[in-house]
Design a protein around this ligand. Structure first.
Ligand code: ADE
Length: 225
């Protein structure tokens, strides 16, 4: 997979890809991340990427020209499966979306700033709009990092057996069951006996029941899906 990230603040986005699972995925060449600074695609002296909104009102708008230049130069090199715009008014990111995107080849992610982008960018270039939740961030960069993390860890070969995504919360619309590690007793607080029994079929049944219990307590909405 290849992900091209278009941003005015590439420095805000670098560190998530320089550690742990994402770093290893890049090293193993299971994913390549390319940052494109929108200011490199401006034609004006001040490298200006935003301007006042027509009709008046507070907040600047990202201009179409540098975004067009950047996206068009990328599209001239290769075909893209999706051109994603990170925005609070997009579809809310779910595990289903992450699963789906993890099967794609080439993605572009555009990070919004200020009030957002000129609507014509959304109308003519963007194929998908994604939000990471009903709250507003100062820009799309942190949202893009969340999307990339959720997607990349699902690419086959990125996670080892021990870190397998199959037992994650949401993978089957259920939250994951409680987990424990050594010691088996701490300050009198005990690990459930069943987990120490070595009886794998029984442990599986217990985990399934705990998943259901946890989901109905914390996220009953998931059980309606
Ligand atoms: N940009 C600002 N807020 C955002 C959000 N919640 N999701 C995606 N992009 C954003």
């Amino acid at each position: 997979m290849r992900i091209d990230i278009i941003t005015v603040l590439p420095e805000l986005l670098q560190s998530p890809f320089e550690a742990s699972i994402l770093k290893r995925a890049i090293e193993k060449e299971l994913v390549a991340i390319h940052f494109h600074n929108l200011r490199d695609y401006t034609s004006n002296k001040y490298k200006q990427v935003d301007d006042y909104q027509f009709g008046g009102g507070a907040g600047m708008v990202m201009m179409i020209e540098p975004i067009d230049k950047c996206i068009s130069s990328l599209k001239a090199e290769r075909a893209y499966d999706e051109i994603i715009y990170m925005t609070p008014d997009g579809e809310t990111l779910t595990q289903t979306t992450a699963n789906e995107l993890s099967l794609k080849g080439n993605l572009i992610i555009l990070c919004g700033h200020y009030k957002g982008v000129d609507q014509r960018v959304r109308d003519h270039f963007i194929t998908r709009e994604i939000s990471v939740g009903d709250y507003v961030l100062s820009g799309g960069e942190l949202a893009a990092a969340i999307l990339c993390d959720a997607v990349i860890r699902l690419i086959p070969g990125v996670l080892s057996n021990e870190t397998s995504a199959l037992t994650d919360s949401f993978q089957d619309n259920l939250l994951a069951p409680p987990i424990y590690t050594r010691p088996a007793e701490y300050k009198g607080w005990k690990v459930p006996e069943i987990l120490l029994s070595g009886n794998t079929p029984k442990i599986d049944v217990w985990r399934e029941a705990e998943s259901l219990k946890r989901t109905s307590e914390k996220r009953p909405d998931l059980l309606d899906k």
